[in-house]
Design a protein around this ligand. Structure first.
Ligand code: AMP
Ligand code: ZN
Length: 138
């Protein structure tokens, strides 16, 4: 399924030009227009899925191997020291385009801090209760 109002559907299916680094029958991988670092790429399925919860399982199974392949190519081609695979779901998580996508963000030696958080502290009892609540919803 495609969504005629979705910009990533149009990009993934070639109706809007993009800086494409990879394409196959299921995906197009493009460079992000607002890169967090040089080479920042987005893995876009050609089918429309709003987020990871809607993603078809057969497509989902191909996303991580493709992320690894793109990241390895970035290390070789751009000389980055590592890369982050980042995937946002929902406004609260920072998702701004509601067509599933995986960011592949090259990380360079001495590059800026990103994809980081301050570790909190939690009571083991609260951890156990929280785990129980999630378990019961699965
Ligand atoms: P997210 O915040 O996870 O939804 O990420 C959306 C990403 O898409 C952002 O990093 C944007 O810079 C990027 N983006 C939005 N529109 C375009 C576009 N037309 N071409 C390439 N990247 C885009
Ligand atoms: Zn779409």
């Amino acid at each position: 399924m495609k969504d005629s109002n979705c910009i990533f559907c149009k990009i993934a299916n070639g109706e809007i030009p993009s800086s494409t680094v990879y394409e196959d029958q299921d995906f197009r991988v493009i460079l992000d227009l607002g890169p967090a670092a040089k080479g920042h790429a987005l893995i876009l399925p050609k089918e429309h899925f709003k987020d990871v919860c809607e993603l078809d399982e057969a497509v989902a199974a191909k996303v991580l191997p493709l992320g690894a392949k793109i990241g390895a190519a970035m290390k070789e081609a751009l000389g980055c020291a590592g890369f982050n695979l980042v995937q946002n779901n929902g406004v609260a998580a920072g998702q701004t385009v509601f067509h599933f996508h995986m960011h592949v963000i090259p990380r360079y030696e001495n590059g800026p801090e990103m994809v980081t958080w301050t570790p909190g502290k939690e009571d083991p009892e609260v951890l156990a209760q929280t785990a129980e609540r999630i378990k019961n919803a699965l």
